[in-house]
Design a protein around this ligand. Structure first.
Ligand SMILES: NC(=O)c1ccc[n+]([C@@H]2O[C@H](COP(=O)([O-])OP(=O)(O)OC[C@H]3O[C@@H](n4cnc5c(N)ncnc54)[C@H](OP(=O)(O)O)[C@@H]3O)[C@@H](O)[C@H]2O)c1
Length: 257
């Protein structure tokens, strides 16, 4: 097959959780630029609708859906609405995520649990619900958005987000195990581990710790508006048919130090 065809996503259907803004919005744009129809979901539907209006200009169909990834009923509706609209699901990008800043010794159980429930349990619940559809079709691509924070620790002066680190480390383990479990069913499960990208989530750290953060990024810059597109398109497309259980790091060299 020609390599352009391997990367082509025309008529594929991709669900992107947390696709309304930030990295999810960027990845949605990349997938749409390669021809994929999109389902964008987040808790605030109006922000999904706004992103959908913009992305439709690329000539693809976009369905905005309200969905909280910690709620199994919401996820079931997301799957049903997607199937009603498009009749198929080819790609799931588990991107919805949150963080909470507090020293370990002061972190409240409530805040720890909220991060784990969204980043880890939400990823599991969406993979499970969409996976059932993919298992029936004997094909699919699941892309879990982890983080370089899931690969190692961080000094307290750089980042105080232990629940976030733990959740992303677990997302990587989950990715590897699910990849093994579903490999015989032709479902590839991979993770992307971004470094620092300016978004709503990273806003405080990037504003207040810019110099410190850049010292630890060999490319001496933060991720930009196109830097994740290639990674997600590769893992969503037939170009990665023999890639599963992989963690694709996109961090300007941060984890190479
Ligand atoms: N920015 C970085 O530097 C960076 C680095 C590494 C990894 N990441 C990861 O990349 C992903 C996206 O982060 P971001 O920086 O783009 O964050 P962001 O700008 O804060 O966007 C988060 C997205 O997730 C949605 N979301 C949050 N909780 C949700 C829930 N319970 N159910 C459904 N949607 C939910 C938000 O919409 P609603 O609020 O409307 O629900 C929003 O669309 C996260 O998994 C994050 O951990 C980010």
């Amino acid at each position: 097959m020609h390599v352009r065809e391997l990367f082509d996503l025309t008529r594929r259907v991709a669900i992107i959780t947390g696709g309304s803004l930030g990295l999810g919005r960027q990845m949605a744009e990349g997938l749409a630029e390669m021809g994929a129809d999109l389902v964008l979901c987040a808790r605030k539907k109006e922000r999904c609708e706004q992103a959908a209006d913009e992305l439709r200009k690329l000539g693809v169909r976009v369905l905005p859906v309200a969905c909280d990834v910690t709620k199994p009923n919401d996820i079931q509706s997301l799957v049903e609405e997607t199937l009603n609209e498009f009749g198929r699901i080819d790609v799931l990008v588990n991107n919805a995520g949150i963080s909470w800043g507090a020293p370990v010794e002061e972190m409240r159980l409530l805040d720890w649990s909220r991060v784990i429930e969204t980043n880890l349990t939400g990823t599991f619940l969406c993979a499970q619900a969409v996976g059932k559809v993919m298992l029936g079709k004997h094909r699919g691509k699941i892309i879990n958005i982890a983080s370089v924070a899931g690969l190692s620790g961080t000094p307290a002066e750089v980042l105080q987000a232990t629940a976030y680190h733990a959740s992303k480390g677990a997302v990587i383990s989950f990715t590897k195990d699910l990849a093994c479990k579903w490999a015989p069913h032709n479902i590839q499960v991979n993770a992307v581990a971004p470094g620092w990208f300016p978004t709503h989530m990273s806003d405080w750290s990037i504003k207040n710790k810019q110099e410190l953060l850049l010292q630890n990024i060999p490319q001496n810059r933060f991720g930009g508006k196109d830097d994740l597109k290639g990674a997600v398109v590769f893992l969503a497309s037939d170009a990665s048919a023999f890639v599963t259980g992989h963690v694709l790091v996109v961090d300007g060299g941060q984890s190479a130090l």
